[in-house]
Design a protein around this ligand. Structure first.
Ligand code: AKG
Length: 507
């Protein structure tokens, strides 16, 4: 370390980071790291260990990153107040910076908001001198200037600009080297990708071939077990042709590859618009965005919706309509089997649905430069009755099992079926609506196409009478699906299940 470096480091030591001086401290830190050629450790996430068999150059590069990261981390801790040290001592340099930015960016935005409000509300009182009023206004303007400069340092300019000019993630993702700050999850809520179980047998695979044959009761038994234990299962020989599946995935990809201007013809950020292209989950209400664009389509009855679907690619409407009908047949077969598996009449569930709805989402998850900081979709349960998910060959779906996230490896030509909140209610908690989430990766885009089957908004949902007795009292009160769905959208995607609000007794 040169003398020069030592004197530069003393810049930081002179005035320790205490919160209010973050802007100056951060600027000085960058100067020191620039001079030491170590700025990259606060800009890049911790790299993966290349392993013992990696080429020498990769191993050396990894070791250098680790050494520099440790060095910079110690420097940062040594130049903070003890309170900030305590908050950051278990983090590496990169995480410390992300955390500090989150804390101080929020503060700066709040301050900008309050100051702008004060400026707009600043009125000259009658009879008071003009000069005093002007000086007060100029004070606010000066404060706003300082805060704006501060925010630009926190959010690197190209990112801030890109984030503000693109409506869809698809058109932003390829222009950024780092995840823009509005996609970064708090440290306590990140996917922790290195701690995931990857297993081919993560959820049961059920062959539906014999559902109409002599082995029906055996298949129904397998479905019952999967719904009780996992809330998720995969199905093969489901009756939707391989060609149709392939074509559906191809159409989805072609749609998201259309030029921005063509795609944007379908854009809306209003959740009450039934057929629309949008991004994240609910951009109007959410605090942190998700790394996903999606095309939402209502598909039953088809003739009510198909004319509002995208007309490009040219075969989109006809081919997607065919796919929807085929998936509907599959759902109806599954609903019969599930009713039977609960000991109910075959048509119990279908009858409960009223004038039921079928929606689908075409989810597009572009490659993400820092997948460990964000989600495609965070953990949630599905508010509907049952979901039939088609995914391409890129892993991303994870299911919560015994308190641990388990990755579901894609199997070609299978669907993933999961129990939604309404099925949990009808079954009086025998069947589970389970938390699941979608994570992203830095190399490959991913497409998933869930079909959601829903009761009609006025359908009365409650535990089936046959499943309630003295030993199994009703866990939920009766409610309309409309009431449930409304609550679900208002509260957004959250890991606490919306169902708790409908329990007969709050545990
Ligand atoms: O992309 C996935 O695998 C999951 C999608 C999902 O959970 C949803 O759209 O609700």
């Amino acid at each position: 370390m040169s003398n020069n470096t030592i004197s530069l480091r003393s810049l930081l030591e002179k005035e320790k980071l205490n919160g209010i001086n973050f802007l100056d401290w951060f600027r000085n830190l960058r100067i020191v790291l620039k001079q030491e050629r170590k700025e990259y450790v606060i800009e890049e996430a911790v790299p993966n260990d290349p392993g013992p068999n990696a080429p020498r150059a990769d191993k050396d590069k990894f070791k250098k990153h680790m050494d520099d990261m440790l060095d910079v981390g110690c420097l940062m801790l040594a130049t903070m107040t003890p309170e900030l040290q305590k908050q950051h001592e278990d983090m590496v340099a990169y995480e410390m910076i992300q955390n500090l930015k989150e804390i101080y960016e929020g503060q700066a935005r709040q301050e900008r908001y309050e100051t702008s409000k004060a400026l707009f509300q600043c009125k000259m009182s009658e009879g008071s001198p003009v000069g005093a009023h002007v000086i007060k206004m100029m004070g606010y303007i000066q404060t706003l200037k300082v805060i704006s400069k501060y925010l630009l340092i926190l959010i690197p300019l190209p990112m801030a600009m890109a984030a503000s000019t693109k409506l869809l993630l698809t058109d932003l993702a390829s222009t950024v080297k780092l995840v823009p700050t509005n996609y970064i999850r708090p440290i306590s809520d990140r996917p922790n990708l290195s701690d995931i179980d990857v297993s081919d047998v993560s959820i049961p695979l059920i062959d539906l071939h014999d559902l109409r044959g002599p082995n029906r009761s055996d298949i129904v038994e397998q479905i019952a077990l999967a719904c009780q234990q996992d809330g998720f299962f995969q199905v093969k020989n489901h009756g939707v042709s391989e060609a149709m599946i392939k074509n559906m995935l191809r159409l989805a990809r072609e749609f998201f590859y259309l030029p921005e201007s063509e795609r944007l013809k379908n854009y809306s950020d209003d959740p009450s618009v039934k057929n629309r292209l949008s991004t994240s989950f609910n951009v109007k209400t959410e605090k942190v965005a998700n790394w996903r664009d999606f095309l939402r389509l209502h598909c039953y009855p088809l003739e009510d919706h198909v004319n509002q679907w995208p007309s490009n690619p040219p075969s989109f409407r006809d081919d997607v309509a065919e796919y929807c009908s085929s998936v509907r047949d599959l759902v109806l077969r599954l609903l019969e089997a599930i009713s039977e598996s609960l000991g109910l009449k075959k048509d119990h569930i279908e009858k409960t649905l009223g004038k039921h709805g079928q929606h689908m989402a075409l989810n597009y998850y572009p490659p993400c430069p820092q997948p460990e900081l964000t989600y495609g979709l965070p953990g949630h349960t599905d508010p509907n009755l049952i979901t039939i998910l088609l995914q391409d060959d890129v892993p991303g779906l994870q299911v919560l099992r015994n308190g641990k996230w388990v990755a579901v490896s894609p199997i070609p030509n299978t669907f993933i079926v999961n129990i939604g909140d309404q099925m949990q209610v009808i079954s009086n908690d025998r069947y589970k609506s389970v938390l699941h989430r979608a994570v992203v990766n830095c190399n490959r885009e991913r497409i998933s196409i869930p079909t959601f089957y829903c009761p009609s908004p006025d359908a009365l949902i409650g535990p089936a009478a046959e499943l309630v007795d003295d030993d199994h009292p009703a866990v939920y009160r009766c409610f309309t699906y409309g009431e449930f769905y409304d609550k679900f959208w208002k509260r957004g995607l959250a890991t606490e299940c919306c169902l708790d609000m409908f329990k007969t007794s709050i545990a």
